[in-house]
Design a protein around this ligand. Structure first.
Ligand code: ADP
Ligand code: MG
Length: 706
């Protein structure tokens, strides 16, 4: 049991990395890029991956994507001229053969790989043109005496590195650090973990183990992050993350915001003119927001509601509260079409109250834009609806107190922050305020994930659809039955209904997608001569796009051929049939969004998933989920299971979170415990709360923007 004091050694956990041999100012700067400035930082820079270089794997037993050492005899080396010239070297060990492939190679290298040489290689197996291959493996030619020697004694850690620092450099630094840090006490900072004699267990041994696991360690367990030592450290890291989000929240709550009193009369007048009554869920959420807005601290609330749940009207009522206090509101949508739709709804709902709605998009004419900016600045505009254009530097508000962001997953977190700065009037000196924020999303993030990834936000859900909606019936059909589907469109349109035909592409290229949609439209026009067909895609001019959407909304277009640009928010209740070509190319959440465009009226709606020939088994499973449920939350759970939170949350958000060991998806089950730990640390061990964030996040608050 190490003692907490290390009087014998001058080196401490907090010593700078420059105490290590060979680390000068230059290398220290590079290490800093990895968040490493102290000895402790270096030791907590743990590997996520390992390679087993303690033994040689028989070539005959190799599978793709294994990190291995192999050894064999070179059977021939030649230059192949394919798409790219490469050097191919075949080796054999008596159990099988494999090729090494080099795209960059020298003549010397080519000569060195001569037939009959014995070679040892380290690398990851891949499927290549000649069967299994290793691309650019590390290798050495060995003589017959070395055949049994030179293998590693421990598993080899693979670290995340940065430019100018190689794996082997980092490995040797960490080795050195481990030797130097022997005897330093690295207390476990979680509450109640391994207490003995009044001291928590030292983490030195777990750290040493994870940097150099013994030969006989369970590699699979380590790769899955399931080793008890990893779990212990993951708990610390996630607790640190949780604490940083809580602190972010805390900081925000210490900032001033404008308290917006609720104007009951305005609210009732608004409700009275609405053509429907609110669902219970809507009413509940509006109450939550109403309460928040009355506070003199900034609201930061995430509102989730499945497609069609009616978030817009909730946003409108919240906006009304700000306007009733003579403050300005900005509402931002990710696409022009969606922003336009919000503008129409807002104009319609607010017309009786003489509330002035502004409009800002990137594609406005100069003069119009100037006018809009002028009115915003003067405070004539009360609610401004727009796209990213709201972020532009020249946009100045008169008195912005409330920001609403729709379909949040489409925006990066940083954009969210930059809009918030618009509300801070710096000329006011000390008396600045931070605008309230409402963030809306139809991507149903499973609750546990939402609570961990957005622990700094409050959270509301509209978990009820307006009455009278009939669930969309989904069918999965092969593209070979396209003709039958076309007849179905014909029939639906003759009945006065409308339909969508959605084209998807693997590559996210607007140009290619537009082309695919154009072709589909041509074919459909030829087969459906009596049907009015419109085409909308991301390459149209905004004016053209708006015109077509308006005509579709007005019922002048029966069938709208579209790309996934219609994904978010478009509302045409009379459309009751949607065909999605190659649905297997999209994520479930995205399919769910698309499907949400139908089933908005009172007729029964259908969604046809027209899959391509190459549908995989997993692809089929996923599509089946679409058929069996219309519950966005269930679909999100399945999506999370199949694709991970990076996809579900949008890579931007999770990509920002730069964990060392943790993985939000894999470690989700730990979250409830983590929350408890974080609370307990704050309550009973605030010094540990500070130490644990310092340990895992450094001073830079790495997750602050996540
Ligand atoms: P989303 O939550 O997907 O943004 P919208 O706000 O676009 O949904 O609402 C979808 C449609 O439902 C709109 O036409 C809207 O006017 C209508 N709507 C909203 N709330 C109700 C309600 N309580 N009863 C009936 N229709 C409603
Ligand atoms: Mg919406």
């Amino acid at each position: 049991m190490p003692t907490p004091k290390t009087a014998t050694s001058a080196v401490q956990a907090s010593s700078p990395v420059t105490v290590l041999k060979g680390v000068g100012a230059q290398l220290a700067t590079k290490l800093e890029k990895l968040g490493i400035t102290t000895l402790q930082d270096l030791l907590f820079h743990l590997p996520r991956q390992y390679a087993d270089r303690t033994r040689i794997t028989p070539i005959g037993s190799l599978q793709p994507h294994q990190n291995v050492v192999i050894q064999g005899e070179v059977r021939g080396t030649s230059i192949v001229f394919g798409k790219r010239r490469s050097l191919l070297c075949r080796i054999q060990d008596g159990t099988g053969t494999i090729s090494l492939r080099f795209y960059h190679f020298s003549n010397a290298q080519r000569n060195n790989l001569s037939t009959g040489s014995i070679i040892r290689c380290y690398g990851e197996t891949r499927r290549g043109a000649s069967g299994l291959e290793l691309y650019h493996p590390e290798y050495q030619i060995i003589n017959q005496y070395e055949v049994e020697q030179g293998l590693e004694q421990t598993l080899t850690p693979i670290y995340s590195i940065t430019e100018g620092i190689t794996q082997s450099r980092l490995r040797s630094l960490i080795k050195q650090a481990l030797t130097m840090a022997k005897g330093i006490y690295f207390p476990s900072l979680l509450p109640n973990y391994g207490e003995e004699d009044g001291h928590t267990q030292s983490l030195f041994e777990p750290l040493g183990y994870l940097h150099a696991p013994p030969k006989e360690a369970d590699l699979h367990q380590l790769l899955e992050g399931q080793h008890p030592y990893q779990q212990l450290l993951i708990m610390e890291e996630l607790t640190a993350y949780q604490l940083s989000l809580l602190r972010l929240r805390d900081k925000r709550q210490q900032q001033p915001a404008t308290a917006l009193a609720c104007d009951q009369a305005a609210k009732h007048a608004f409700l009275k003119r609405l053509s429907f009554s609110l669902t219970q869920a809507q009413a509940r959420v509006i109450n939550q927001i109403e309460q928040d807005l009355q506070m003199a601290t900034p609201m930061m609330r995430l509102l989730q509601g499945d497609v069609g749940a009616g978030k817009t009207v909730v946003a409108a009522m919240a906006a009304l509260q700000a306007v009733a206090n003579d403050k300005q509101v900005a509402i931002m949508a990710p696409t022009e079409i969606l922003a336009e739709q919000h503008r129409q709804s807002f104009e319609q709902w607010f017309a009786p109250f003489n509330i002035r709605i502004g409009w800002l998009t990137g594609r406005q004419k100069v003069r119009e834009r100037r006018e809009q900016l002028e009115q915003l600045k003067e405070g004539i505009t009360q609610i401004v609806v727009g796209t990213h254009a709201l972020f532009q530097e020249d946009v100045v508000f008169n008195d912005l107190a409330f920001i609403i962001i729709d379909e949040q997953h489409r925006f990066g977190v940083h954009q969210r922050l930059s809009l918030r700065h618009k509300g801070i009037n710096e000329t006011d000196g000390e008396e600045y305020t931070i605008p309230h924020q409402l963030i809306m999303t139809a991507t149903p993030i499973p609750r546990t994930l939402a609570m961990s990834a957005y622990a700094d936000l409050d959270y509301s859900v509209i978990d009820e659809l307006p009455k009278g909606r009939i669930p969309v019936e989904t069918v999965i059909i092969s593209q070979q039955k396209r003709q039958a589907i076309i007849e179905r469109i014909q029939y639906a349109c003759q009945q006065g209904r409308q339909a969508y035909w959605v084209c998807t592409l693997i590559e996210q290229s607007e140009a290619l997608e537009a082309q695919a949609a154009e072709e589909a439209a041509e074919i459909l026009t030829a087969s459906l001569p009596n049907i009015a067909i419109g085409l909308v895609h991301g390459r149209l001019k905004p004016q053209e796009k708006d015109d077509i959407m308006a005509r579709f909304k007005a019922g002048q277009i029966d069938l709208l051929v579209a790309t996934t640009v219609i994904e978010v928010g478009v509302d045409v209740p009379n459309a009751s049939l949607m065909i999605i070509e190659n649905p297997e190319r999209l994520g479930l959440a995205q399919l769910h969004q698309l499907r949400g465009r139908v089933g908005r009226g009172s007729t029964a709606s259908h969604c046809v998933l027209l899959y391509g020939d190459a549908l995989s088994l997993q692809g089929k499973e996923r599509l089946k989920a679409m058929r069996t449920t219309t519950d966005g939350f269930k679909i999100a759970e399945i999506d999370l299971e199949l694709r991970g939170p990076g996809e579900v949350l949008g890579t931007r958000q999770t990509g920002d979170i730069d964990f060392i060991l943790a993985d939000l998806r894999r470690d989700l089950p730990l979250m409830p415990t983590i929350k408890d730990h974080a609370q307990e640390l704050l309550m009973s061990h605030p010094e540990n709360a500070a130490a644990i964030t310092r340990r895992w996040l450094g001073t830079s608050e790495r997750y602050a923007n996540a």
